[in-house]
Write a protein that binds this ligand. Structure first.
Ligand SMILES: Cc1ncc(COP(=O)(O)O)c(C=O)c1O
Length: 409
């Protein structure tokens, strides 16, 4: 009897999966029951959760849920296609107007996710697009200069650009290196791509210096503010200067999966470019828009966070106390005092053991390992949840101290 070969036998999938198994890398996502929040039920087990990127936990507020449900009834669950076919719902329009108000930009366009916003931006800014009847947009001469620690979505979206010609990178958060690159580049169309808060280590861009240099060399600037949107900016909060300078950026991109804590993304900027993105981004025209109740709830949460600063102020005060406690127990977080309180573990092998030990003790702790960071530079990416109790945080800290001593990191 012959055994039938899998139809994908000539492809490298099985090999990859068995290699992953041999190093204990999990490729099948755990199954979650109930809503994700300060705790999570994964594969039937309740864990205290430090992995959630919607750390303000607004999605669990009864008034927010009620708003979502009533917007679903009023506007339906879908726009039934892309923005151009049947249009955008009124909540999309109002949400985009809110974004213009809080960013000070002329126009905003939303996308189903932040990743699609980044893909759409780099498509629109670097391609030759010809729709016939004179409707063309030739950006095939544009040059992109990007911080080396940029998010995967930006690096991936720039992959079609020849390195050294149309794509250049500069040292992470180094205005001097950016200036060196800008001196070498001779194109009338240059766009510099940076992030406000870098998601692995929580570092913050020296925005004033970077934007000054862009302005000096006549380059456009694009700030991916996925991780900072609605958190930083007001004068009483950390990084007020950096976020004030961000208002000078040509474009600002935001994700609604972080502080807002639902889903979707947007880009705000000059009206002519944003209007053109409706057709040139591709990720607006060839995919479905955000759901109307999602757009409506994002609009509500932008107004809520803007109208009641105490929500974020109190959260950031807790982050500060948590950072101090981490230092007290001998596990100092990375230097930049942002809400991403990552702690260096080092060896990938140790990170694996520590992750499993935390699960044993009842904690879900995300480990950033290669390829998310350099090999053996593994990082425990900690984000506290606004609804963690003090007892949960203290129990975590004592567990961390114990595991640190045991695994020597
Ligand atoms: C810097 C940065 N940009 C973009 C994204 C993608 O955002 P979204 O989850 O909305 O697709 C993320 C999310 O991890 C991010 O950290």
């Amino acid at each position: 009897m012959t055994t039938a070969l899998a139809p994908t036998a000539n492809w490298p999938f099985a090999e990859l999966l068995s290699a992953a198994e041999s190093v204990n890398a999990k490729v099948d996502p755990p199954v979650v029951d109930g809503a994700v929040g300060p705790t999570i039920v994964q594969n039937g087990r309740e864990l205290v959760n430090f992995a959630s990127i919607n750390f303000l936990n607004l999605h669990q507020r009864p008034d927010v849920l009620e708003h979502f449900l009533s917007a679903s009834r009023e506007h339906g669950l879908t726009t039934g296609g892309s923005r151009m076919t049947q249009g955008i719902s009124r909540p999309h329009l109002e949400m985009e107007q809110e974004i213009c108000r809080v960013t000070g930009k002329e126009r905003a366009i939303s996308f189903a996710t932040g990743l699609l916003a980044n893909f759409g931006f780099l498509n629109a800014m670097t391609k030759y697009i010809d729709w016939g009847a004179g409707m063309k947009c030739d950006n095939s001469d544009a040059v992109v200069i990007m911080d080396r620690h940029s998010h995967w979505s930006l690096l991936k979206a720039a992959e079609h650009l020849e390195h050294g010609k149309r794509l250049h990178t500069f040292r992470h958060n180094s205005p001097e290196d950016l200036e060196k690159v800008l001196k070498r580049v001779s194109s009338p169309k240059v766009v510099v791509v940076i992030e406000s808060v870098y998601s692995a280590d929580g570092s913050i861009a020296p925005m004033n210096e970077l934007i000054d240099i862009c302005e000096k060399y006549g380059a456009l600037s694009f700030v991916d503010d996925a991780n900072g949107f609605m958190l930083y900016g007001p004068e009483n909060r950390p990084f007020a200067e950096e976020f004030a300078a961000m208002r000078r950026a040509t474009f600002v991109m935001m994700s609604f999966s972080k502080a807002i804590g639902i889903e979707g993304g947007a880009i705000a900027g000059p009206a002519d470019a944003i209007n053109a993105f409706e057709i040139t981004s591709g990720t607006s025209m060839f995919t479905a828009a955000m759901q109307p109740p999602t757009a409506s709830t994002v609009g509500l949460l932008i107004r809520t966070l803007d109208g009641d600063p105490s929500i974020v102020d109190n959260y950031l005060a807790r982050v500060e106390r948590f950072r101090a406690r981490l230092t007290e127990i001998g596990a100092p977080p990375f230097e930049t005092p942002s809400y991403i309180t990552s702690v260096l573990i080092g060896k990938d092998e140790t990170a694996d053991l520590v992750k499993d030990a935390f699960i044993e003790k009842g904690f879900l702790i995300p480990m950033f390992m290669f390829p998310a960071v350099k090999r053996n530079q593994a990082v425990m990416r900690l984000i506290i949840n606004n609804d963690h109790t003090e007892e949960q945080l203290e129990y975590f800290l004592s567990t961390l101290a114990e595991l640190k001593a045991k695994h020597d990191f």
